[in-house]
Write a protein that binds this ligand. Structure first.
Ligand SMILES: Cc1cc2nc3c(=O)[nH]c(=O)nc-3n(C[C@H](O)[C@H](O)[C@H](O)COP(=O)(O)OP(=O)(O)OC[C@H]3O[C@@H](n4cnc5c(N)ncnc54)[C@H](O)[C@@H]3O)c2cc1C
Ligand SMILES: NC(=O)c1ccc[n+]([C@@H]2O[C@H](COP(=O)([O-])OP(=O)(O)OC[C@H]3O[C@@H](n4cnc5c(N)ncnc54)[C@H](O)[C@@H]3O)[C@@H](O)[C@H]2O)c1
Length: 481
């Protein structure tokens, strides 16, 4: 059914109400509907959520030309053809198309074809199993309400920062112009990807990081290699610095960033990429005894803990398990199956690790690709995380440049791989690859980690020659001795 305006009416009852039509909400509603439950989805902005319009898709549209050009420049015979600047207007035009020009008609058509009702407006819980949309329309849920409202950027409490109206991820992924000088604050994924993109599109970029390196959740060599490449690309990377004050006298005019070192940087734009907060401040949590603005505390089926009757689910970014589109969609598949099983009265759910109703991969095998140049890709535990978790493990490293497939992929290929092996069970706990093109290599590691494939069996998974995947052979040879 197509979108209908919020009009006063009697309560409308559904089996499942989904709040938020991002990738998580869409998948959850789809799973519920596929299981024979009626589902309605409430969306206050665009169907498709952050990912489609202001996050994954537009950011990757900005980054793909950057890595494609870099790769081409490292292929003899192609190098000269790939010299010169990127065509920034063409990149931005393509980005606009990838973001569907910030219109959601296509995704609304998909909801319609999937048999999911859409109600446009801001949804708020109004007591158990009840959602009021824009204060006018009341929906009730026979089985479950799934909150999939995502996250928003956080501005640190720096004097003058909010008043300066800095860019956050939305402006950084949707800007229609390349700023002359962009200051980026934050060395996490958003900071690194956006510094990479806007530098290659022609901006002077200063990247301010308060810690001692980039991408702190990955293996340290990921941050080192990406930092070296950013510096080589001309980014002014400053680590160990804090922003003390921000001044912008004229809206849209130059912005002055004052550091704790007393240095002042005057730039055209400032991007704050210092993490996210849940979009749960204004969704009526107080009406069911939960704290507004908090992340949801959920079990492995994504059911919110401590809610009488067990009808509330918090899925995707809102539960802070892994702020990634693919993990939100995975959780939606698991939670959707759990909601359907509970609705059918199934007495015992498959909630053991790797069971149908447990989002086990959230804690064991989360894959992530940072689309920087070079790419950084990881799954499962880093060595530091394995140490913290008390595993007995061995780290195996490999220079990716020494792999024949890599040297053919790009002349002078620079990159590194690491696997973390559980010595007690002889399975992989995690793997990290850094280098051009490694994003597409990651799923092999995800299969090995999630499948808990014994090293002895991995030995029989023969990588094709000459591909970058031959890194697996070298890693295993080193491990086996
Ligand atoms: C710049 C950037 C780049 C990223 N790149 C990647 C990437 O490459 N790969 C990746 O896996 N992840 C990436 N992410 C993370 C990814 O965007 C999120 O993990 C993902 O969007 C979360 O999906 P979600 O459905 O939980 O929430 P969202 O996508 O945020 O969707 C939530 C939806 O709920 C709606 N909503 C909120 N409150 C209400 C309400 N009260 N009533 C009705 N509707 C409401 C919102 O309007 C929104 O449409 C990126 C994030 C950023 C910021
Ligand atoms: N390719 C991808 O998969 C991709 C791309 C972009 C975003 N994302 C997801 O979006 C989420 C948000 O990304 P993000 O980069 O905003 O968050 P993040 O948590 O990855 O990084 C934020 C960084 O900012 C730093 N920071 C925090 N407060 C600060 C302050 N006051 N001053 C200076 N630095 C400060 C943190 O130490 C951290 O390194 C991530 O969890 C990520 O998983 C994924």
């Amino acid at each position: 059914m197509a979108a209908t305006p919020a009009t006063p009416a009697a309560d409308e009852a559904y089996d499942v109400i989904v709040l938020g039509a991002g990738p998580t909400g869409e998948n959850l509603a789809d799973r519920a509907h596929a299981a024979g439950l009626s589902a309605v989805i409430v969306e206050s902005e665009l169907v498709g959520g952050e990912c489609s319009y202001w996050a994954c898709m537009p950011s990757k549209a900005l980054l793909r030309p950057v890595t494609a050009r870099s790769d081409a420049r490292r292929v003899p015979g192609l190098r000269d053809a790939a010299e010169g600047p990127l065509d920034a207007p063409a990149v931005l035009t393509h980005r606009d198309a990838v973001a569907a020009h910030w219109k959601d008609d296509g995704q609304v058509r998909w909801l319609d074809s999937a048999g999911i009702d859409l109600v446009r407006g801001h949804g708020r819980l109004a007591g158990p199993r009840r959602v009021v949309v824009d204060g006018e329309r009341t929906l009730t849920a026979r089985h479950a309400v799934a909150v999939c409202t995502g996250s928003r950027p956080v501005l640190p409490p720096v004097p003058g920062l909010a008043e300066a109206r800095p860019w956050t991820s939305r402006a950084a992924t949707s800007s229609q112009a390349v700023p002359g000088h962009l200051v980026v604050v934050g060395g996490g994924v958003v900071g690194v990807e956006m510094a990479t993109a806007w530098r290659a599109l022609g901006a002077v970029v200063t990247l301010l990081v308060r810690g001692d390196g980039l991408l702190p959740r990955m293996e340290p060599f990921a941050g080192h290699l990406v930092a070296a490449a950013l510096t080589e690309a001309g980014v002014d990377l400053r680590t160990g610095v804090e922003v003390r004050e921000v001044r912008r006298e004229i809206p849209g005019g130059p912005v002055t960033v004052v550091l704790d070192t007393e240095d002042e940087i005057v730039a055209d734009e400032l991007l704050i990429a210092t993490g996210r907060a849940p979009r749960t401040a204004d969704i009526g949590l107080e009406t069911i005894g939960l704290e507004p603005g908090s992340w949801f505390d959920v079990d492995d089926s994504c059911r919110v803990t401590g809610v009488t009757g067990g009808w509330l689910y918090g899925v995707g970014d809102v539960n802070h398990r892994a702020l990634l589109t693919h993990q939100g969609k995975y959780q939606a598949r698991i939670a959707g199956a759990a909601i359907a099983a509970r609705a059918r009265g199934v007495p015992i759910l498959e909630s053991d690790p790797w069971g149908a109703h447990a989002a086990t991969a959230d804690t064991r095998a989360v894959p992530q690709v940072v689309f920087s140049d070079p790419e950084a890709a990881s799954v499962g535990l880093t060595a530091a995380a394995a140490e913290r978790a008390g595993h007995r493990f061995q780290v195996v490293d490999q220079d990716l440049g020494a792999i024949a497939g890599a040297s053919l992929y790009a002349d002078g290929y620079r990159g590194r791989a690491r696997m973390v092996v559980d010595l007690d069970r002889e399975v992989l706990l995690g793997a990290t690859f850094v280098g051009p093109g490694v994003g597409e290599l990651l799923h092999s590691a995800t299969v090995a980690v999630a499948g808990e494939v014994p090293i002895e069996r991995l030995w029989h998974a023969v990588p094709a020659y000459p591909t970058i995947s031959e890194v697996w052979l070298r890693l295993l040879e080193t491990y086996r001795g």
